[in-house]
Design a protein around this ligand. Structure first.
Ligand code: NDP
Ligand code: HSE
Length: 436
């Protein structure tokens, strides 16, 4: 057996501690698969004295000096499971430029400034692997960047945030409140250090940028992604979705399209949407993730599994560690970033969507005509209208579902409806996806 491949582990929290556990439990198998044992050279954390339970690791390995650890001559591979933009970017650039391969779960950094990491990897002749950054345990990025490289991907639709899926599933199944479900997701280790990143859609937007970059061979950053979170989804929305035979999911949708001049574009968005119960993504509950990939030759592919949590994410991290360790022993590197297509990102206003709009309106003659007129003025075609009694005695509830129209036209329609006297309130506005 050749000499060990030595790892610097940056971070030993939810994910890092399971990386340590799996490295310990599977050391013999991992060594046999790689052809050399894996050894932890050091573990950088914020608090060396923190109680880490019965973690099977020598306490002398802990340090608060990540940069010093990365620079050590006996470190071959850097595994980053800390998160955030800085100082993680500085650490990883340092490692990559020094020719040390990097495995990271840091979607926020990859989506904010993946270009700098890819450039540093090319400069240092090092591998940059990040399977755990999107959809936890699900093998998804490797299929996109390797298995599907002979095909042309047209669309990627997915549930890529475990915390929000856990919350929406709980609201739908048990009527649980938002705050209560978020607290449980945090206790289970699904949520980000700041759960705003989950519930406001930042985490899913970062993952959407990573997926779109790989699927469309184009550098897409988090800033290019239209983002809406789930904080405004109410129990009434959930009930309204149920009444329509739908459920609400936080979706990430990345698609090829064309602009008015016929030039190819990409659009990338994250927002809550109603989908029919018959849709395969509707049954994805708890903190599970699922991603649909539609490719020209392969057709529809679906990837499903645990999208968050220590052990599932550590599984993806270790898969990458095995890959970079093997590459290192073989003296080869993975293919570098593929961003040759460089497609422009289309504004959200041009995205084609459908809307579900609930209105509390005055219950008197001419109201339906006036409301329908607003939709007509913005060239938004109505698919269905349902009227029922609303809260107040002289009010009615109108639920309107539209046909597909540009998002800007739908938004303008809702804006004008809000200004009408006969509309007491616009109680809910949700996009509808997937044939509902
Ligand atoms: P945690 O907050 O549980 O752990 C963070 C770790 O980083 C802790 O060990 C902490 O040290 C250490 N740390 C924080 N700041 C510093 C610093 N300045 N210098 C050195 N060490 C530092 O995070 P997670 O394990 O949940 O997440 C880690 C990464 O994995 C993030 O990028 C996250 O987005 C990603 N990820 C997480 C998933 C999950 O389900 N949790 C799933 C997929 C990806 P200390 O222990 O002393 O506090
Ligand atoms: N906070 C993230 C989630 C962790 O809930 O999906 C996995 O990336």
């Amino acid at each position: 057996m050749t000499s060990p491949v030595r790892l610097a582990l940056l971070g030993c929290g939810t994910v890092g501690s399971d990386v340590v556990r799996l490295l310990h439990e599977q050391s013999a198998d991992l060594a046999a698969r790689i052809g050399a044992p894996l050894e932890i050279a050091g573990i950088a954390v914020r608090r060396v004295g923190r109680d880490r339970g019965d973690l099977p690791v020598d306490p002398a390995l802990f340090t608060t000096d990540p940069l010093g650890l990365i620079k050590r001559d006996d470190v071959d591979v850097v595994v980053e499971v800390v998160g955030g933009i800085e100082p993680a970017r500085t650490w990883l650039v340092e490692a990559l430029r020094a020719g040390k391969s990097v495995v990271t779960a840091n979607k926020a950094l990859l989506a904010e400034d993946g270009a700098t990491l890819h450039d540093a990897a090319a400069e240092g002749g090092a591998d940059l692997y990040y399977e755990a950054s999107v959809a936890g345990a699900i093998p998804l990025l490797r299929p996109l960047r390797e298995s599907l490289h002979g095909d042309r991907i047209n669309r990627v639709t997915g549930i890529v945030n475990g915390t929000t899926n856990f919350i929406l599933s709980a609201m739908d199944a048990t009527g649980a409140g938002f705050a209560e479900a978020l607290e449980e997701a945090t206790e289970l280790g699904y949520a980000e250090a700041d759960p705003t990143a989950d519930v406001e859609g930042f985490d899913a937007a970062a993952k959407a940028a990573i997926l779109a970059s790989l699927a469309f061979h184009t550098r897409v950053t988090a800033a290019d992604v239209h983002r809406e979170g789930i904080t405004e989804v109410t129990a009434a929305d959930v009930a309204s979705a149920k009444a329509m035979g739908c459920t609400i999911k936080l979706l990430c949708i990345a698609a090829r399209g064309a602009d008015a001049a016929g030039r190819e574009t990409v659009s990338v968005r994250v927002h809550p949407a109603m989908i029919p119960l018959a849709h395969p993504l509707a049954g994805v509950g708890d903190a599970f993730n699922a991603v649909f990939v539609e490719a020209e030759a392969a057709g529809q592919l679906m990837f499903y599994g645990r999208g968050a949590g220590g052990a599932p994410t550590a599984s993806a991290v270790l898969g990458d560690v095995v890959a970079v360790a093997r590459n290192r022993l073989a003296g080869v590197h993975a293919a570098s970033e593929s961003a040759y297509a460089d497609l422009p990102v289309r504004p959200m206003g041009e995205a084609l969507t459908r809307y579900h709009v609930s209105l509390d309106v005055a219950d008197r003659p001419g109201v339906l005509e006036a409301v329908a007129g607003v939709f007509a003025r913005h060239e938004v075609s109505i698919a269905t209208v349902r009227q029922g009694p609303a809260g107040g005695g002289s009010d009615a509830e109108l639920v309107i579902v539209t046909h597909v129209a540009p998002d800007a036209a739908l938004a303008a329609t809702v804006g004008e409806l809000r200004g009408l006297d006969i509309v007491r309130s616009v109680t809910s506005v949700l996009r509808v996806e997937g044939g509902a």
